[in-house]
Write a protein that binds this ligand. Structure first.
Ligand code: ATP
Ligand code: MG
Length: 567
């Protein structure tokens, strides 16, 4: 699906940004022949997260805006960490976000032969050499920020010897780590990336696509720009940590004399109380702290999808946070804001009780059921109405009743009349308590038959409207209520496991109106007055499971509900 197929209403015009301005200027100056060609280059070593969404929206979004193209390219140069499971998930997630690479799905591993040939070209030009230093020695020779590095004793090998050794590296004659191919640039450069960086390493490992064809693998810095060049990329957009690598990116394409894409760096997305590092997310999966990469608490796109996030909301968020040249941290609540905006506009309303307590309408006839009409969406009459069964015994939210109501608490309490949404006015007459614990077990009420539909013919008002379900007709459901995985605002950084939120998942045994019985997994609802929920894939007609996508307001958890009358 292309983004154009998405509902227009959710998207507003994107504000400009410095990358867009660079492209506009390049178009004006006729650079790259007026072409705009970007790429999204994930390494298939984990699932995509919301940070990647920023990069996806930027790369695909700019191409779309300027009538250009955007490729999906797997940067698969590290066989020990990469898997087809990750490739498949990435393809699924980029599609789900709403973007289309047409026939331009590429793999850096498709270019291994070309990259090898270019390496030979650099050896022939005296610009690359085979080095026998170990990884540790290479680090030692590197020097420090204040001291130039030392040249490798193998730096001045003859071209013939280098060609021979490199061929034998490829042929598998040497063990892992025993030799590298290095670029001959400048061991005294103030930029570490230019101190004779490694281009190839020996690694006898099976690659997810090339199998055992190779036992030498190109390094990221050598692979990335050359892959961009092969694909005719015009603007190679990446995150700020690659700023210091740009001189090396430029060095390779210039010394090979090939098409020169322009690398442009922008700030990584960081979100409060959220971990956005594939390596650390993998640890959460491996340690069983979450149920998998698509656990609804994960900041992965698959986790967010399962939780009920919409691609429209994520795109809108990414468009509005913009891009800059300095790293910052964005409030998670901003993402939730865009989520609520989108879900509010589109999710059908239903009544569900997450923490039920029984209400008995003493003067309602035993055994009778009425079907009452309820609106599916207050702003979209075209979404229609449905019938909700009403009977003598109901459930309401435990929190919607107080035996001793504090001031400003207007919901149900002894002697108080409230409206049951779409139904009747009821008045609380008495409660039945557990004789031992004192816990309220049943709330007994009377109803006023004249208020059917929720209005009193005599014009009397009530201060509160609460939701309910009919006990006999309601379906059991498990409501999974989520909070952020991490308590520390920064996500906990290195000590992130110490900052885990013990309440990140709470399961509630709830009740829901029967209209949702046959809805498929992934269906999103607004549970009236409670929040946005989405049917989990674990769900079945015998055991409905709902994920809370987001609460109705972000104050839900923080403000004592008694202080904040709703309805
Ligand atoms: P991680 O640190 O999570 O492993 P990565 O940068 O190693 O991320 P890649 O697969 O290399 O992950 O990323 C693919 C693209 O997504 C890169 O261009 C990268 O710059 C971009 N990207 C990754 N994380 C973020 C983020 N938090 N914000 C914006 N862009 C990101
Ligand atoms: Mg990376």
């Amino acid at each position: 699906m292309s983004i154009d197929a998405a509902p227009e209403s959710a998207e507003t015009p994107k504000p400009s940004n410095f990358i867009r301005d660079i492209i506009l200027q390049d178009l004006q100056n006729g650079k790259h022949g007026g072409r705009v060609h970007t790429r999204f280059p994930p390494e298939p070593n984990g699932y995509l997260h919301i940070g990647h969404a920023k990069s996806i929206c930027l790369n695909f979004g700019l191409a779309q805006e300027f009538g250009g193209k955007c490729n999906l390219r797997f940067d698969d140069t590290n066989p020990s960490k990469e898997e087809t499971e990750y490739v498949d998930s990435i393809i699924e997630d980029v599609r789900w976000l709403g973007f289309d690479w047409e026939d331009r799905l590429f793999y850096a591993s498709d270019y291994f032969e070309q990259l090898h040939d270019w390496a030979v070209q650099l050896i022939r030009a005296g610009k690359a050499f085979v080095c026998d230093l170990t990884a540790e020695q290479v680090r030692e020779y590197r020097g420090t920020p204040n001291e130039p590095g030392k040249e490798s004793p193998y730096r001045n090998r003859s071209v013939e010897e280098n060609l021979d050794l490199f061929a034998r590296m490829r042929a598998g004659e040497f063990p892992d780590g025993s030799r590298t191919l290095r670029t001959k640039i400048d061991m005294a450069s103030p930029n570490f990336n230019l101190r004779d960086p490694v281009m190839y390493r020996i690694l006898h490992a099976e690659h997810h696509r090339t199998g055992n064809q190779w036992c030498i693998y190109p390094m990221y810095d050598y692979t990335h720009g050359e892959s961009d060049s092969i694909e005719g990329i015009t603007h190679s957009i990446c995150t700020l940590e690659f700023e210091d690598h740009r001189p090396l990116y430029d060095w390779y394409v210039e010394n090979l004399g090939i098409h020169h894409p322009q690398q442009i760096e922008f700030d990584r997305l960081n979100l409060t109380n959220t971990m956005l590092s594939k390596r650390k997310l993998l640890m959460l999966v491996q340690k069983g702290i979450v149920s998998g990469w698509n656990d609804p608490r994960m900041p992965t796109l698959s986790g967010m999808r399962r939780r009920g996030y919409s691609p429209e909301a994520i795109r809108q968020f990414c468009a509005n946070i913009g891009v800059s040249k300095t790293n910052g941290i964005i409030e998670f609540s901003l993402l939730e804001y865009y989520l609520r905006e989108d879900l509010n506009a589109r999710a059908a309303r239903v009544m569900a009780v997450v923490d039920p307590i029984k209400v008995i309408i003493d003067n309602y006839p035993e055994g009778e059921t009425e079907q009452l009409e309820a609106v599916n969406h207050p702003d979209h009459p075209e979404m229609g109405n449905r019938l909700v069964p009403f009977s003598k015994t109901l459930y309401i939210e435990r929190d919607d009743f107080r035996e001793d109501p504090p001031k400003q608490y207007y919901r149900l309490s002894p002697g108080r009349e409230v409206r049951l949404r779409y139904a009747y006015f009821i008045t609380c007459q008495r409660v039945v308590k557990d004789p031992v614990t004192g816990e309220v077990l049943e709330i007994h009420c009377t109803y006023d038959p004249a208020t059917r539909g929720g209005n009193a013919p005599d014009g009397r008002k009530v201060k509160s409207t609460i939701h309910w379900v009919s006990a006999e007709h309601a379906l059991d459901m498990e409501a999974r209520i989520y909070e952020n995985l991490f308590l520390a605002e920064g996500g906990g950084d290195d000590d992130f496991l110490a900052s885990l939120n013990p309440n990140s998942l709470v399961k509630m045994a709830g009740k829901i109106e029967p209209s949702v019985r046959t809805a498929p997994a992934g269906t999103r609802y607004q549970f009236e007055r409670v929040g946005y929920f989405c049917i989990d894939p674990d769900s079945s007609p015998a055991g409905l499971v709902f994920n809370r996508t987001v609460a109705l307001r972000d104050t839900w958890a923080k403000i004592d509900k008694a202080q904040k009358p709703k309805g």
